[in-house]
Design a protein around this ligand. Structure first.
Ligand SMILES: [Zn+2]
Length: 132
């Protein structure tokens, strides 16, 4: 049982560039947008970007949802897809302070989010290189 479930699963792509945006767009626009319909035009509780493919994290999450949907093979995995994957991932994506902050269904994509600031740790806190 576990072997057949594991063998039917598609391995995730190794890199963002391996995700086929045409296939993903078919899933998002043709399935997910209807399955997960929400008010995003006038709501302050949910934000969506019609150009979701401009957001790397949205692309990865939506691809995971697509692959998870393809792996549904019984009622339990169907339930898991909703409870463990679709609802939490979509709630995070639609969070007004999240991925699509500044974007909107009415006004489109706004490229205003910057990468998280990162300061390198001081040398004293860096791990010593492993001995050969
Ligand atoms: Zn956007």
């Amino acid at each position: 049982m576990a072997d057949s479930a594991a063998s039917s699963r598609t391995p995730p792509p190794d890199a963002l560039g391996e995700i086929d945006l045409n296939v993903l767009h078919e899933f998002v626009s043709g399935s997910l947008a209807t399955l997960y319909a929400r008010e995003v035009h006038y709501s302050h509780q949910a934000t969506w970007c019609p150009e979701w493919w401009r957001h790397d994290d949205a692309v990865e999450v939506l691809e995971l949802l697509r692959l998870g949907r393809l792996a549904i093979d019984d009622w339990l995995s169907w339930s898991d897809w909703w409870a463990l994957h679709a609802r939490p991932h979509m709630a995070a994506l639609l969070d007004p302070d999240g991925t699509f902050k500044f974007c909107s269904a009415r006004n489109g994509h706004k490229d205003m989010l910057e990468p998280l600031p990162c300061t390198p740790p001081p040398p004293a806190l860096r791990a010593a290189p492993a001995a050969a």
